[in-house]
Write a new protein. Structure first.
Length: 199
């Protein structure tokens, strides 16, 4: 008797367990596919938006590189540089803001300080790309080109025009410029302005 009983239970114990109830609920309504298999089906990501961003970014990078290569070959004359910059934007439906910002960054990496000064001042004359990064790059270029008086003039204009909104990195930039040039009085002035702004 015990042997017959163990023989009847043996195949059931050794066999594959039946599927859970949750897996068989959908058989009567939507076909034989278990509900759990729905987790394997995922929506295709919408790649159009990402491709558009990459294309735009690549386009602005090419425009920036074209500008950098163009101005790098020009003589050190303001008229020649400004003329090339005007041609660069002549047929653009909108001002190439991103490309101009990238061009300044490329010039910075190449340490072409005079070209940065010329491009940044041209942008200022157009009222374009007047970001804190542009001002910081211009102050650095003026310092590296030995034009401390111009850097100080632009700094004073920034302080007077943009009260309460000047970022800390510009204060750090001017403190470094004055400290490198051994101007302790000027350093104290910038530090004093910093405390007025942030305290």
């Amino acid at each position: 008797m015990a042997g017959a009983f163990s023989l009847r239970l043996g195949p059931r114990i050794a066999g594959t367990p039946p599927p859970p109830a949750s897996a068989t609920k959908g058989e009567g309504r939507g076909g034989g596919r278990p509900t759990g298999s729905r987790a394997l089906v995922s929506k295709k990501p919408n790649k159009e938006h990402h491709l558009w961003i990459r294309k735009d970014s690549a386009g602005s990078g090419k425009k920036a590189l074209h500008l950098v290569n163009t101005v790098s070959k020009l003589p050190n004359e303001k008229e020649a540089v400004y003329g090339a910059l005007d041609k660069w934007t002549a047929f653009e439906p909108e001002f190439p803001t991103i490309a101009a910002a990238k061009a300044l960054e490329m010039l910075k990496r190449r340490r072409q300080w005079l070209r940065i000064i010329q491009v940044a001042k041209w942008l200022m004359s157009k009222g374009q790309v007047l970001t804190w990064t542009t001002y910081d790059t211009l102050l650095l270029a003026l310092f590296m080109d030995g034009r401390i008086d111009e850097a100080e003039s632009i700094w004073n204009n920034i302080i007077q025009t943009h009260t309460r909104s000047v970022p800390k990195r510009l204060f750090s930039r001017m403190i470094l410029i004055y400290d490198t040039r051994h101007c302790p009085d000027k350093v104290l002035e910038v530090v004093s302005d910093f405390f007025i702004f942030f305290l």
